[in-house]
Design a protein around this ligand. Structure first.
Ligand code: ADP
Ligand code: MG
Length: 276
């Protein structure tokens, strides 16, 4: 057995022990190349460790994308900004990069009628943030209230809220669908209070603050919650026609125009005198 074989025999095991799968996979190829091209030992080591760190970063982002429960297929690339002229693409892109607002625990509040792209843009911002190294959780507000309520019943509310602290951004979709009659919504108030000025939330809601009296048990709690949410906040108001409805109307319009268009296209040729 050569010295090299003796030296490397335990390498797979050692690298496995050290949890370095990229190096474990790549070292034979790299060491062959390093020998052939006469790389200094430091260069060989640096190249392998850089690759391990890069792969680790990629795996971390994959894990964070899975845990985020973002809406599948909704990205900023496939968001049509021309449909919402009041929304600055540059502003959205800056928010999607993190750009300080998460560090300050600022909130993003997204209002507008159903179908105007609130969930799409919210989830897409969340996705971009995860890709930029932040941690995000996207959930329907109703589901979140249920989870927190169960935690309260088990006397674990504080722990459940603290567990959400690991997320730089908590996306609470369809905030105004939560109804105080169906749930003990004061848990939401406690969550908002706990995250205030520390950890960001992104809220989407069909109803503006005015109508949130259905969400919270009493006026004082509503005022205090809204106060905390808006203190450091960015507000998007997507007051446009529903994107789905607009698409359906455009298709209907096209369909009703199509036969006329065809008729028009045919008309001139039909009017042409037959060539002899
Ligand atoms: P909301 O949350 O405001 O009710 P959604 O985000 O669920 O609306 O949007 C409804 C549907 O329309 C989704 O399939 C979404 O991807 C699509 N949509 C809405 N606005 C846009 C947009 N500006 N560009 C591309 N798709 C959009
Ligand atoms: Mg929605």
């Amino acid at each position: 057995m050569s010295t090299i074989e003796v030296d490397t025999a335990r390498l797979p095991l050692l690298l496995h022990e050290l949890r370095m799968p990229a190096i474990a996979r790549l070292w034979p190829e790299f060491s062959e190349r390093a020998d052939k091209e006469g790389w200094p030992a430091a260069r060989f080591l640096a190249a392998l460790t850089e690759l391990e760190v890069a792969e680790r970063g990629r795996r971390r982002i994959e894990r964070h994308l899975q845990e985020a429960h973002l809406l599948p297929g909704k990205t900023l690339d496939n968001f049509d900004f021309s449909a919402v002229p009041m929304l600055s693409k540059a502003r959205v892109m800056a928010l999607a990069a993190g750009d300080g607002w998460l560090k300050k625990g600022s909130n993003l509040l997204c209002f507008g009628p159903p179908g105007t792209g609130k969930s799409h843009v919210g989830s897409a911002i969340g996705r971009a943030l995860v890709e930029n190294g932040y941690r995000v959780l996207c959930t329907s507000t109703t589901e979140l209230v249920q989870t927190l309520q169960q935690a309260r019943q088990a006397l674990q509310l504080e722990a459940a809220i603290a567990k959400l602290d690991k997320y730089d951004l908590l996306i609470m979709d369809d905030f105004s669908y939560v109804h105080k009659d169906q749930a003990e919504t004061s848990v939401l108030f406690e969550l908002i209070g706990a995250r205030y000025e520390r950890r960001s939330v992104l809220i989407t809601a069909n109803q503006p603050f005015l109508h949130w009296d259905k969400v919270f048990p009493d006026q004082a709690m509503l005022i205090a919650a809204v106060d905390r949410l808006i203190h450091h906040s960015i507000i998007f108001e997507l007051n446009v026609e529903s994107y789905r409805r607009r698409g359906a109307l455009a298709r209907k319009h096209q369909a009703s125009e199509a036969p006329q268009k065809k008729a028009k296209e045919r008309a001139p040729s039909a009017a042409l005198p037959h060539q002899a």
